[in-house]
Ligand binder design. Structure first.
Ligand code: NDP
Length: 317
């Protein structure tokens, strides 16, 4: 009798850990998921998912005994918390264990665009160096004015990693924090004041297209944009136009509006560096995230409180 429904990819370590505690089934391996849910939905006590796959109201209705949705990732914008709260099903995620990794990804993207690394590497590998000579000089990574949209757990780790580069750091969010960085209550004003805007905020309706044509215009032709938050935060059409017309200098992107699809116009631009949503994707960090996602399930199965509930679920247990 399956008590755990798995909606996402898992690592071999997670599978081993899960097998000791649960009788698991995978939605993607079912030939007729709808029929399975109708026949066996009442047995399901737990769901394991990730930041990309939510659980619809229709599915929740078929799982009346569901006790927990554990999400393997920190961002949970794919999960409609109004629906899970109405069903009184708590949700957990994997905060903190991935802070350093995602911050490193943001730093790598910054370094890559400031120093024009992808084009320089291509110049060496392709043989262009011998044929065409030296490339135009890139700009420095030092003494930058970096504005962070979303100075949360990851944003703070990123700010710390910038210290050796002597960056002047500012941030925008809904609330001023007790930190040594300058606060801007207006994103356009911050974009005007910084030369590099780094987005590490959550996705969802509240942040949709926060980075739009107006913000990009404020960033200006010497300005750089990095996004490791969520693709939905950036108006991709406005970004493509700004990059194409050199109204901003360059962008470094780990996340996109319609993953895994990246618009062809974006992929053709020489002044954008792209990675396929790999912010937390290392063996070590995915191990830690997987362990926490499974430990949350085990805690609830053993009658304990979940370890890392999302803020919206805290009243549910
Ligand atoms: P936190 O909740 O710790 O931080 C989020 C920050 O965003 C807070 O400082 C918050 O400030 C700010 N924020 C939230 N809503 C808004 C808003 N409407 N307008 C402006 N600022 C806002 O989250 P984490 O640092 O742990 O993670 C941040 C995000 O990074 C995740 O939600 C996820 O989307 C993304 N991520 C991406 C990964 C990747 O692989 N690329 C991997 C992991 C995470 P305030 O409350 O003051 O507004």
């Amino acid at each position: 009798m399956a008590d755990l429904l798995i909606l996402c990819r898992t690592t071999p370590e997670m599978d081993k850990h899960l097998a000791q505690h649960f009788d698991a089934v995978r939605l993607e391996e079912m030939s007729a998921p709808q029929e399975w849910l109708q026949a066996h939905g009442t047995d399901v006590r737990y769901i394991l998912t990730d930041g990309h796959r939510g659980v619809s109201e229709a599915v929740l209705e078929m799982l009346p005994n569901l006790k927990l949705i554990s999400s393997y990732g920190v961002g949970y914008d794919a999960i409609d918390t109004r629906v899970t709260n109405a069903a009184r099903v708590p949700v957990t995620h994997t905060p903190d264990v991935l802070n350093e990794e995602v911050a490193t990804t943001a730093l790598m993207l910054c370094l890559a665009i400031w120093r024009d690394m992808e084009n320089a590497m291509h110049h060496a590998r392709s043989g262009d160096w011998a044929v065409k000579g030296a490339r135009p000089l890139p700009h420095t990574a030092d003494n930058r004015r970096v504005g962070i949209l979303g100075l949360g757990r990851i944003g703070k780790a990123f700010a710390r990693k910038l210290a050796p580069f002597h960056a002047e750091i500012s941030y925008h969010g809904r609330t001023r924090q007790d930190v040594a960085y300058s606060y801007f209550d207006n994103l356009v004003t911050m974009a005007r004041a910084c030369d590099t805007l780094v987005c590490i905020a959550p996705g969802g309706e509240a942040t949709k297209h926060l980075i739009n044509a107006k913000v990009l215009e404020a960033l200006g032709p010497q300005g750089y944009l990095v996004n490791v938050g969520r693709g939905s935060i950036v108006d991709e059409h406005a970004l493509i136009a700004a990059l194409r017309d050199r109204r901003i200098a360059a962008a470094g992107l780990d996340v996109f509006e319609d993953e895994p699809n990246i618009p062809a116009e974006m992929r053709a631009l020489p002044n954008v560096v792209m990675t396929p949503h790999i912010g937390s994707a290392t063996v070590e960090t995915r191990f830690a995230m997987g362990k926490l996602a499974v430990d949350n399930l085990i805690a609830v199965k053993e009658g304990r409180d979940p370890l890392t509930p999302i803020p919206e679920s805290r009243g549910l247990f």
